[in-house]
Design a protein around this ligand. Structure first.
Ligand code: GLA
Length: 675
């Protein structure tokens, strides 16, 4: 990626030229004969970056304090001699059996107080000092041994921190949680105030009475649960820091860990993690339980770019075909792996990696796809793997360029944790669904969108969309307010601005923090039963949510014809300072939301990079240093044409006016003139 733009914190950016092509490589599952074949095949496919030692602990430290480097040494030398760079795992992701046998107190505990046993992976408590001590000792050995090895291009701390063990409720976690709370609130009175403990006789008189939000007989305290999420995210980040600090003493190579910006993992607030990564890396797997996995992939890629502050990032894992952990594991269609990979590149990735190199013969992931499938290399998968390598080589010159967007969607892990709380007005409203719905509307309009933190600087955008932003601090609300007052446009959807950072309702009518900005006031939520829908006087339909509200300064764009809020406004538009603020008070049907979004986009003067479609056509531009590249991704079953002039990198053709993109294909054009 060799990108000056990558976050390096004064350290060198990863020094791979062009777009990296990589995978997790688990040679410990195979013998030396296979390793030799592996590196030859890697060269054939153009794989130039392998993540090794991810689950290596029990091999390299087979007994306490006894190290065996022979295999790891041999593998590193072998890949190095074949020109392949190493993304070196610290190996601490899963403790070896001897450690949990010696120290069962490191095992994680669930909310009901049950210990989770070893035998799987990540069986450790993020607050365990014994685990931390052993993990850091291992990192010391690994970093000492390989810290200056020329093959090491990147360090991979642990693996998907918090994938399984983010929330641990054991006694050691309880003590650490209390310490964290003491630092946050200083006095027990301040904690009582923040948690609203006058309710249900929950008032604490001393710190040692406080527990993690273990399973209760009734609903628990919502602010306690939110603080536990904050604490847990910080504990794992602190673990990352401890490992990274050791590596820094031994190596100048950049350090990262693989995020899980994907639909089903929500425990870590990556906005607070991202700045500590030398390069942001993400794992993404298509989730077939979602209604629109294609749009979700683009959303995840855009969110990862947001985490990277717009800089190029690395796709650390995806699959060549099916995974093994969903109820129905769908194989990728021919060409889909290429399209998905290039969607990540279009949206800012300077590297495409996979889990894993060779499909395992044993273990619980033996039915997970890989670059080398069980059936070997005379397979469609392998041919696509080789083709992808060649294609990424042709795209090397794109590395280092950036995506530029006029529109931003605000995304908040805190709103996800808090807004999806146990005692919310409607279980039918889920934060991520509503964020995806807003994103899909923009995606279908062909609008390139940044995904930003609620603390982001919004000034460079024309339109800011805040879906279900339930929890906002005063400062975050003020930033959206100031953005609109200065001439920006905002579109906010229902259940936004409701509470402050302590989950305390903002009084005086909903949507609390945004009442004045939106020029409305609601006195009561009026959610709908799952089978119900409401009709608006524009003919649009809404589900899940309505509210009894009136305008103060806003203009009514649409009202409910029926339902519990019949006659009340459903969509409003308010002129505020030099800008405009839209409110959408129900979960509009996708086409109806797109209609509102289209108007908001046009009025804001935000441009679309591509045509409107059902989401099957994606057009994204990456630009920088006087160059610009247009990616056209055709997920549809028909050929399409796109107006652009330049040089197509995949076919090598000159495009004089209309680029033809065959069904299911991707084209990337270096434009003749930079816009
Ligand atoms: C995660 C992990 C990998 C592997 C894959 C399977 O991304 O990091 O070790 O388990 O999932 O999809």
């Amino acid at each position: 990626m060799d990108s000056p733009a990558a976050r390096t914190h004064g350290r060198p950016a990863i020094t791979l030229s062009g777009i990296a092509y990589g995978c997790d490589y688990n040679p410990e599952q195979w013998g030396p004969e296979t390793w030799r074949e592996d590196v030859e095949l890697m060269n054939e496919a153009g794989v130039d970056l392998v993540a090794i030692n991810i689950f290596g602990w029990s091999q390299i430290e087979p007994r306490p304090g006894e190290y065996d480097w022979s295999d790891l040494d041999a593998v590193i030398e072998l890949v190095h001699s074949h020109g392949i760079r190493v993304n070196l795992g610290t190996g601490t992701s899963s403790p070896p059996p001897w450690l949990t046998a010696l120290h069962p107190e490191i095992l994680p505990t669930t909310a009901d107080g049950t210990t989770r046993f070893p035998g799987g992976r990540q069986a450790w408590c993020p607050s365990s000092s014994v685990f931390r001590q052993h993990a850091v000792a291992l990192v010391e050995k690994v970093a000492e041994r390989y810290g200056s090895h020329p093959a090491v291009a990147l360090w991979h701390v642990s693996n998907e921190l918090g994938c399984h063990n983010a929330l641990c409720y054991c006694d050691e976690s309880a003590a650490a949680f209390r310490g964290w709370l003491q630092r946050r609130y200083v006095s027990i009175e301040a904690l009582n105030e923040a948690w609203g403990t006058s309710f249900w006789s929950q008032r604490y008189s001393a710190w040692d009475e406080i527990l993690p939000p273990r399973l209760t007989i009734s609903l628990g305290n919502p602010t306690q649960a939110i603080d536990f999420h904050r604490f847990s995210s910080e504990q794992l980040l602190d673990h990352y820091r401890s490992e990274a600090a050791v590596i820094r003493r031994h190596s100048t190579a950049p350090i990262t860990t693989n995020f899980m910006v994907t639909a089903h993992i929500r425990n870590l607030d990556y906005w607070s993690w991202a700045a500590e990564m030398d390069v942001v890396a993400n794992d993404h797997y298509l989730d077939h339980r979602l209604s629109d996995p294609v749009a979700e992939l683009s959303f995840a890629a855009d969110l990862t770019r947001g985490l990277a502050g717009g800089a190029p990032w690395l796709l650390m894992e995806q699959s060549t075909g099916a995974v093994n952990w969903q109820p129905y594991n769908i194989a990728k269609a021919p060409g889909q792996m290429m399209r998905n990979s290039l969607t990540h590149v279009a949206r800012g990735a300077d590297g495409v990696s996979f889990f894993q190199w060779r499909a395992s013969q044993q273990g619980s992931e033996k039915f997970h796809s890989a670059l080398v499938p069980h059936a070997g290399t005379d397979t469609a998968t392998w041919r696509e793997v080789v083709e992808l390598g060649a294609t990424l080589d042709r795209l090397d010159e794109v590395a280092g360029t950036r995506v530029v967007a006029d529109v931003a969607v605000v995304f908040s892990w805190e709103s996800w944790w808090a807004g999806d709380g146990d005692a919310r007005p409607s279980q039918g409203v889920e934060y991520l669904d509503q964020v995806h719905a807003a994103y899909r509307a923009l995606h279908g309009l062909g609008v390139t969108t940044d995904i930003v933190s609620p603390d982001a600087d919004l000034t460079r955008y024309r339109l800011v969309v805040a879906p279900c932003l339930y929890m906002v601090s005063d400062d975050q609300a003020a930033a959206i307010d100031a953005f609109v007052a200065a001439g920006g446009h905002a579109l906010i959807t229902f259940f936004s601005g409701i509470v402050d950072q302590d989950d305390r309702v903002r009084l005086g009518g909903y949507p609390g923090a945004f009442r004045e900005l939106l020029g409305i006031v609601a006195e009561e939520f009026a959610p709908l039963l799952p089978a119900h829908q409401v009709t608006l006087d524009t003919g649009a339909h809404g589900r899940w949510w309505t509210e009894r509200m009136r305008t103060t300064t806003a203009k009514v764009i649409a009202s409910y014809l029926d339902g519990p809020a019949a006659g009340d406004p459903a969509i409003t538009r308010n002129i505020y300072g030099a800008g405009v603020a839209w409110y959408v008070a129900t979960a509009l049907d996708p086409e109806d939301l797109r209609d509102v979004m289209r108007t908001a986009v046009q009025e804001a003067g935000a441009g679309a990079d591509g045509p409107e479609s059902d989401g099957s056509i994606e057009v994204v531009r990456r630009a920088g240093a006087g160059r610009s590249y247009v990616f056209v991704i055709n997920h549809s079953e028909r050929d399409l044409e796109h107006r652009v002039v330049g040089h197509e990198l995949i076919t090598g053709e000159r495009v004089v006016d209309l680029l033809r993109v065959p069904a299911g294909s991707v084209r990337v054009v270096r434009e003749d003139t930079t816009p």
